[in-house]
Design a protein around this ligand. Structure first.
Ligand SMILES: CC(C)(COP(=O)(O)OP(=O)(O)OC[C@H]1O[C@@H](n2cnc3c(N)ncnc32)[C@H](O)[C@@H]1OP(=O)(O)O)[C@@H](O)C(=O)NCCC(=O)NCCS
Length: 174
């Protein structure tokens, strides 16, 4: 594997009034707010007893992530540096396979944030030395499935009717 690099060095801003960055410890209130959002709690893995202390601890780890870490998480922020949403990879390094997870803050949905997060994952993935990456959604999560379809992630077969899987496409041309 090539030398680990800080994630921040790989993030290029996308466009306009929002930009990508890594998590920082002072984002704890934003992370706690996401953990306590009913939709994020329902569809993403969140701690059973979220607290500002737990969010701070989690962010201490996240702020040190590199391309060699087992988890890599990035956020899209607005021009006031407020977190709009997150996309992350959980990586099985032996198999070079990753699962991509994502959420958008309730107040920011249906404004293209999710699409930008998935585009960011698509641009970042080649630098993580992955064979493949998938997003896996509960079959009932209509918003996530619609987003993945709208962003052109092809669906692949699963062994269960409860979850649907979508393959991360190759990077879009820059
Ligand atoms: C799923 C989620 C990330 C979508 O984020 P978003 O920022 O609202 O998505 P976008 O605005 O980029 O949507 C792009 C397109 O996806 C589709 N889409 C997104 N949300 C949708 C919804 N609730 N219903 C139907 N289609 C939807 C639409 O085609 C949309 O385009 P349009 O707004 O022009 O119609 C957001 O609803 C969310 O955070 N949900 C809770 C957490 C979650 O489900 N995470 C995924 C776990 S697998």
């Amino acid at each position: 594997m090539t030398d680990a690099q800080p994630i921040a060095s790989l993030l290029r801003d996308t466009t306009g009034d929002a930009s990508l960055r890594t998590w920082r410890i002072d984002d704890a209130p934003a992370l706690l707010s996401a953990w306590t959002d009913p939709d994020v709690a329902r569809w993403n893995g969140v701690p059973p007893e979220p607290s500002i202390e737990l969010a701070t601890k989690w962010l201490t780890g996240a702020s040190r992530q590199t391309t060699a870490s087992p988890s890599i998480d990035i956020v899209l922020v607005d021009d006031n540096d407020q977190v709009l949403g997150e996309v992350g990879f959980v990586i099985d390094r032996q198999r070079q396979v990753a699962e991509v997870g994502f959420w958008v803050g309730a107040a920011h949905r249906r404004h293209g944030v999710g699409s930008r997060l998935l585009a960011a994952a698509r641009q970042l993935a080649p630098q993580l030395e992955l064979e493949r990456a998938f997003a896996i959604s509960e079959a009932e999560n209509e918003a996530a499935i619609a987003l993945l379809g709208a962003c052109g992630w092809p669906e692949v077969a699963t062994t269960t009717s409860k979850r649907r899987a979508f393959l991360l496409p190759t990077p879009s041309p820059t």
